[in-house]
Design a protein around this ligand. Structure first.
Ligand SMILES: *[C@@H]1O[C@H](CO)[C@@H](O)[C@H](O)[C@H]1NC(C)=O
Ligand SMILES: *[C@@H]1O[C@H](CO)[C@@H](O)[C@H](O)[C@H]1NC(C)=O
Length: 276
């Protein structure tokens, strides 16, 4: 049992196994008929230790797999399948009471707050009126309305459920857009991604080289019950997923429960290749 416990915390249990094996061998010498059940027990122990030995040999593989996915993002347990996950997301998106609130009482307030964020990005030159802009996970599209209101006429939203004319249907795990398509992508639903690496890979695929990604995430508080992942302790795990981009900046914001804005820029791969 000692061995099993150590195994769980990642320790190696080979030497423990040897120790316990020796103790067991000593016990066999003094066996009497009354001790027959112990025989069985010892046999089972050997079997168990052998099993643990084999699984400890497998451990390096799973450790390597764990190292490949950023440890700073935790996927929430409880999704038995992708369908389960989609059902939960649709449950919120299709909730008639929430949709009514989003379309009425919430609308102006949200558009105003989004407009403030986007004008700051425009002032910094990260976004222009001519930008082909996509809002990923836009629900009814307040952020799209904010962008268009600021003059970004080509702004478009995408969500599981379309909301014409601002929001088209699409899953952020497999965006329905070609490569190198957008100049700018904004999202405040990264925490809803069941496969964060796919979410990011799709943003990077559909952004043109030099294109800008802006994500609003929760670092200092947890997302809601519809969140599928949590950032643990900072944005490092998120930034590490952007393999084809450079970090522009991270700053504090106050955006509907999301407290951190991360800005990245997709690298100019073509230029880099020409230089080589
Ligand atoms: C969403 O879940 C609630 C319970 O949490 C359930 O009552 C409701 O029917 C579900 N709605 C949809 C659209 O699936
Ligand atoms: C962008 O569009 C807005 C709204 O139409 C306009 O007021 C602004 O002057 C435009 N900016 C530029 C740089 O053209």
């Amino acid at each position: 049992m000692r061995c099993m416990k150590q195994n769980q915390v990642g320790g190696h249990c080979v030497s423990d196994e040897d120790d316990d094996g020796d103790e067991a061998a000593t016990a066999v010498v003094v066996v009497t008929p009354i001790l027959k059940p112990f025989f069985l027990l010892i046999f089972l122990s050997f079997f168990l230790f052998f099993h643990l030995f084999v699984s400890s040999k497998k451990a390096p593989n799973s450790a390597a797999a764990a190292a490949a996915t950023p440890p700073l993002i935790r996927i929430r347990p409880g999704f038995r399948s992708y369908d389960d996950y989609i059902k939960l997301q649709l449950n919120k998106t299709l909730n008639p009471r929430l949709r009514r609130v989003w379309a009425t009482r919430d609308w102006d307030r949200k558009v105003r707050v989004f407009a403030r964020f986007f004008s700051e990005l425009k002032a910094e030159g990260l976004l222009t009126n001519a930008s082909a802009a996509l809002c990923v996970g836009a629900r009814l599209g307040q952020e799209v309305a904010a962008l268009r209101g600021l003059g970004v006429a080509g702004a478009l939203g995408m969500d599981l459920v379309p909301a014409p004319p601002l929001v088209v249907a699409g899953d952020f795990h497999a965006q329905p857009f070609p490569d190198d398509h957008f100049d700018f992508e904004f999202s405040n639903v990264f925490d809803h991604a069941l496969y964060p690496e796919r979410f990011v890979a799709e943003v990077e695929r559909t952004l043109r080289p030099g294109g800008v990604a802006v994500l609003h995430v929760a670092v200092h508080r947890r997302g809601d019950k519809y969140s599928a992942n949590d950032l643990l302790g900072g944005v490092d795990g998120l930034v590490a997923l952007f393999k084809r981009s450079e970090l522009v900046r991270v700053r504090k914001v106050d955006g509907f429960g999301l407290d951190t804005e991360v800005v990245l820029r997709k690298k100019q791969q073509e230029t880099m290749k020409k230089n080589n």
